[in-house]
Design a protein around this ligand. Structure first.
Ligand SMILES: NC(=O)C1=CN([C@@H]2O[C@H](COP(=O)(O)OP(=O)(O)OC[C@H]3O[C@@H](n4cnc5c(N)ncnc54)[C@H](O)[C@@H]3O)[C@@H](O)[C@H]2O)C=CC1
Ligand SMILES: O=C(CO)COP(=O)(O)O
Length: 338
């Protein structure tokens, strides 16, 4: 069992994971990027801006000094995706021991390279064992010990059993998989579709429209995800349809809220300026559209969300763009493996 756990990133998810893993009575170090957050975590034991209503237990040590986190046998990386490369570079520069097992809990796809988080980690910290965690896991509920399930993925099967033990807690059920790409692709792509589901909510379009959109989003997630190296069955699991459902329907989802505000008439710039928390669907829409073009994959929902966010396309035009596509069979060969 891991004895020294460090969590890099004290946003909502990093803080919720600290509370969860602290239940094992293990020492947990929680690193915050923002000095104000560090101050509050240390002095008040709270994180009101990112995860209101929780209190850190005594075995969680908050720090703003990354060097304090290096003495760890398990390190969870939970920064926003755009900061992951920088964070890994800093850890490498500080000499993170190569034995430390790294678990990426961040959901995203890098601009221009199209790399998943595990690929960035392996590039910068090539000697450390790497795993990922994904699934339908809103921090607000996990922190309140409302039951949830997630999936741990690694290419190294020997990592999965000890990780599963650490993450198996009374209110958290951890499954395992060797489809590291598929798990991360579901977690990254669903954020784009949740923006679309939010636009549908913002337009008050009704339940039929949203169910239709989310179902076609699953087809698109699979088309793109399989082309990028994920396995078909993974998209039917917790990190695929599971996370797609929770993010498209939950009142907690930041991505769904971004879409709702777009549907109600706010501009992408207005929304981003007023949002402190990260909505990964915004950067991921650009990365995924870049990848879809490169691979020649049909990705109409990704394209429309990208156009609204980056090309000032009015959301109602995006919606009509989707409805006005040429008729096609529901099940085409893109749904099949390979
Ligand atoms: N909130 C949730 O329920 C879940 C979030 N995730 C994923 O976890 C990742 C982090 O999300 P949240 O914790 O929700 O974020 P958040 O929006 O709650 O907080 C973002 C955090 O990132 C920090 N930050 C900003 N710039 C940074 C930089 N350059 N370097 C390091 N840290 C920086 C901020 O200070 C803040 O603490 C995202 O990829 C998200 O998709 C995954 C599962 C659940
Ligand atoms: O990944 C998440 C839930 O599984 C969090 O989604 P949001 O970032 O949209 O809140």
């Amino acid at each position: 069992m891991y004895k020294k756990i460090s969590i890099i990133g004290a946003g909502g998810w990093g803080t919720a994971l600290a509370l969860l893993l602290a239940e094992n009575r293990t020492a947990v170090r929680l690193w915050a990027h923002n000095p104000e957050v560090t101050k509050e975590l240390v002095s008040q034991r709270t994180n009101e801006d990112y995860l209101p209503g929780v209190r850190l237990p005594p075995n969680v040590y908050a720090t703003g000094n990354l060097a304090d986190t290096l003495d760890a046998d398990l390190m969870l990386l939970v920064p926003p995706s755009k900061a992951l490369r920088e964070v890994c570079g800093k850890l490498a520069g500080l000499g993170l021991p190569k034995e430390a097992v790294i678990v990426s809990c961040t959901k995203g796809l890098e601009h221009d390279t199209g790399k998943l988080m595990s690929e960035i980690i392996e590039e910068i910290l090539p000697e450390n064992p790497v795993a990922v965690l994904s699934g339908p896991n809103h921090a607000e509920e996990v922190a309140q010990r409302i039951p949830a399930a997630g999936v741990l993925g690694s290419k190294s099967p020997e990592l999965l059993e000890p990780l599963q033990r650490v993450f198996s807690l009374p209110t958290f059920r951890a499954y395992t998989s060797d489809d590291v790409m598929g798990i991360q692709l579901g977690g990254a792509l669903k954020n784009i579709f949740a923006i679309g589901a939010g636009v549908s909510d913002g337009f008050n379009m009704g339940d039929n429209a949203k169910a239709g959109l989310v179902t076609r989003a699953l087809a698109e997630m699979m088309r793109l995800g399989i082309a990028m190296g994920g396995r078909r069955e993974t998209f039917f699991g917790l990190s695929g349809v599971g996370d797609l459902m929770v993010t498209c329907f939950s009142r907690h989802s930041r991505n769904r809220k971004v879409g709702e505000r777009l549907g109600r008439g706010e501009s992408p710039a207005q929304i981003q300026e007023s949002m402190q928390m990260v909505a990964e669907g915004i950067p991921t829409a650009l990365s995924a559209w870049q990848v879809a073009q490169k691979l020649g994959i049909e990705a109409p929902i990704t394209y429309e969300i990208y156009s609204v966010l980056y090309e000032n396309k009015p959301p109602h035009e995006a919606m009509w763009g989707l409805l006005g596509r040429p008729p096609k069979p529901e099940s085409d060969r893109d749904h099949r493996q390979g």
